[in-house]
Design a protein around this ligand. Structure first.
Ligand SMILES: [Zn+2]
Length: 284
């Protein structure tokens, strides 16, 4: 359906802000839900009784949105994305605890990603694909940043979805997509083992391999070198800044997921152009 771009923009911003606040909930609650499950599985496996600490499993839907400091529930108005953050000047209305700037940041990213998807593809099936892709990247990037964890529960469905969506060659040919998934995993897997055998240290996690495999499935194998180049330059840059500003100890690892997410997103929209420009330049 052809809609004028101002209507698509409005739609994108409204939809994106709403979904963005849901993405925040996933980012904040999904990891603790996973830790809870893993602890329970370990206890069950080792046949250990639950030692008095019978908490309810945290859940994406319940409890309602509340302040992390004083646990006061948020009213409907206080749940409105960005506007409520601005109106409250970033503090809880009940206890004045500082609200993490992550909330408005993720909501804004959600709005931008949704609008870009709609403006690029219109109200189409590929636009829905581009949105889901962007949302997964936002969630994975922020969870990895906070917890140094890229959950299989997100990376693996993202991988499958990339393969399925490219059956019709939506964003890459099916062949490029399948090879991309395989090579995405293998490149980082072999780097990991080379690094580990040489230095005895682990520089990455298996989540990174699965994430790059998913990016390969969505973008096609041709884009993987560009993704890796961009992600590792950004990670290197951030690492150097971190060491200079003493916020990062030497030898401490940084989460690679956020950089894979940024690079994957940029290459999704700009990759084809970047490669064409490169080929044209290298012909001179
Ligand atoms: Zn509070």
């Amino acid at each position: 359906m052809d809609l004028p771009s101002n209507i698509l923009t409005l739609l994108g911003v409204m939809l994106g802000l709403t979904l963005g606040s849901f993405l925040n909930v996933v980012i904040m609650r999904f990891p603790s839900q996973l830790y809870f499950q893993w602890q329970k599985e370990c206890r069950d496996y080792l046949d250990i009784e639950n030692q008095g600490d019978i908490r309810k499993s945290p859940n994406i839907i319940f409890p309602r949105s509340h302040c992390f400091s004083c646990k006061a529930n948020l009213s409907f108005v206080q749940n409105i994305p960005i506007l409520s953050f601005v109106a409250l000047r970033g503090r809880c209305a009940h206890c004045a605890a500082i609200i993490s700037p992550q909330y408005p940041v993720v909501e804004t990213l959600g709005a931008i990603a949704t609008t870009i998807a709609l403006l690029n593809f219109g109200l189409t099936f590929p636009a829905a694909g581009a949105m889901i892709f962007s949302y997964c990247l936002i969630v994975l990037g922020f969870i990895d940043l906070r917890e140094k964890l890229l959950p299989d529960e997100i990376t693996l469905p993202l991988l499958w979805l990339g393969l399925i969506i490219n059956i019709e060659g939506t964003f890459a040919s099916l062949e490029a997509s399948v090879i991309g998934a395989i090579f995405g995993y293998l490149i980082l897997w072999s780097l990991f083992w080379t690094f580990k055998l040489v230095t005895g240290k682990e520089g990455m996690g298996y989540g990174d391999f699965k994430f790059l495999a998913a990016l390969g499935a969505w973008l096609g194998w041709q884009m993987l070198p560009l993704v890796l180049l961009m992600a590792s330059s950004m990670a290197l840059f951030a690492g150097v800044i971190g060491i200079i500003s003493k916020r990062l100890d030497r030898g401490e690892t940084i989460a690679f997921g956020p950089y894979l997410a940024i690079a994957g997103y940029l290459v999704f929209y700009l990759g084809q152009n970047a490669i064409e420009v490169y080929l044209r330049l290298s012909n001179f």
